[in-house]
Design a protein around this ligand. Structure first.
Ligand code: H2U
Ligand code: ZN
Length: 344
């Protein structure tokens, strides 16, 4: 079986899911870039934006005139702090109460920026907020999910650079799978799953996209989304707040490089959902966890052609045409100078 030609399935060591890969469907050559997408012409400040400094939000609260980052509790939070927990289970019908909180993280007062457009020290500021939020919410909640939903194609309601953090007293589905897989690996091999996996990828090199002294961004062997990325620290790190100062600085650097490549791929501000996974908090042993970030971009062929997870994917299992190796190569070929700074 030739995995560059023949349909095959790949196993995700991290989640235990399988994915169908159909490389023969991309025999057609790389189509090259589409025409330049319209250059972003957002203002530095938008009087109608509910995330800009000094503006009023839905609900009536007013943002301070913040100058770097700003965090507030989501005015339409999906979870609320709740003192009493209750479980109602009657046969097939099981209900558990949840306690949680949802916050919005403004990355910058500049309405016209995105993470890759931000100077390194400003990205470093976002890294600091991610660490502080995780640490603070981890004191009261089992799971802290830091994420960014970028682009209207991802359902992001506002182009102002921002992310979110949701914390909950329960471990949601995705981290539960990763918890089980990482634990099983530690028990069977006596080592960390993602550290072993990183070692293997560094030897093979084919799926590596960008790396620096402390971080590696790669296209996972089992990637579902065409240009999915797994971002890993090189050394064992259990949770985001455990990152040392130098690792936070180099995280800002690799984020800028990776996200610039993403934008350059289709000459567009690249949409994605990204987020951090680290060890849960509270009772238990979490020595099997390795911190990492996932980036899930929906785009497939151009700024406007996205991959749909429908049909077979909804009903049977995820499927991809482009192999992770092809996608990694294409991302490796991108410039680290943002298209907006390119000479016309
Ligand atoms: P997304 O666009 O990434 O979904 O995030 C915007 C969030 O901001 C969204 O969850 C919240 C929405 O509930 N929001 C407020 O908390 N206050 C507002 O005034 C508008 C939007
Ligand atoms: Zn704004």
């Amino acid at each position: 079986m030739d995995p560059t030609q023949n349909p095959h399935r790949r196993y995700s060591a991290l989640t235990g899911d399988w994915i169908l890969v159909s490389p023969h469907r991309t025999q057609r050559p790389w189509q090259g870039k589409q025409e330049l997408a319209s250059r972003d012409s957002r203002p530095r400040y938008d009087p109608k934006c509910y995330l800009c400094p000094g503006n009023e939000r839905a609900g009536g609260a007013k943002n301070p005139v913040y100058i770097s980052t700003y965090v507030f509790t989501n005015d339409f939070a999906a979870m609320m702090p709740n003192g009493r927990s209750s479980v109602v289970e009657t046969g097939l019908l099981r209900t558990h109460s949840v306690s949680g909180t949802c916050r919005v993280i403004c990355f910058s007062p500049r309405h016209d920026w995105t993470l890759p457009a931000m100077p390194l020290d400003a990205i470093r500021g976002v890294v600091e907020v991610w660490a502080n939020q995780t640490e603070e919410l981890g004191r009261n909640y089992r799971w802290v999910q830091v994420f960014e939903n970028k682009g209207d194609i991802m359902g992001c309601s506002n182009p102002h650079p921002h992310g979110q953090v949701w914390a909950s007293d329960f471990l949601p589905n995705e981290p539960t799978k990763e918890d089980q897989q990482q634990l099983a690996h530690l028990r069977e091999q006596g080592s960390l799953l993602l550290i072993d996996y990183l070692q293997l990828e560094l030897e093979k090199e084919v799926r590596i996209v960008v790396q620096n002294q402390h971080w590696v961004a790669l296209l996972p062997y089992w990637a579902t989304w065409p240009y999915e990325i797994l971002l890993l620290p090189r050394r064992p790190v259990s949770r985001f707040p455990d990152l040392q100062e130098f690792e936070r600085i180099s995280l800002a650097e690799i984020l800028k490089r990776l996200l610039t490549r993403y934008d350059n791929l289709f000459d567009v501000s690249f949409p994605y959902s990204m987020g951090w996974h680290g060890a849960p908090y509270g009772a238990g042993e979490f020595g099997h966890w390795q911190l990492h970030a996932h980036f899930y971009p929906p785009l497939l062929r151009s700024a406007s052609v996205k991959k749909f997870m429908v049909g077979y994917e909804m009903l049977s299992e995820a499927q991809r045409d482009l192999t992770p190796e092809q996608a990694a190569k294409t991302l490796r070929e991108q410039s680290e100078i943002h298209f907006s700074e390119r000479q016309p």
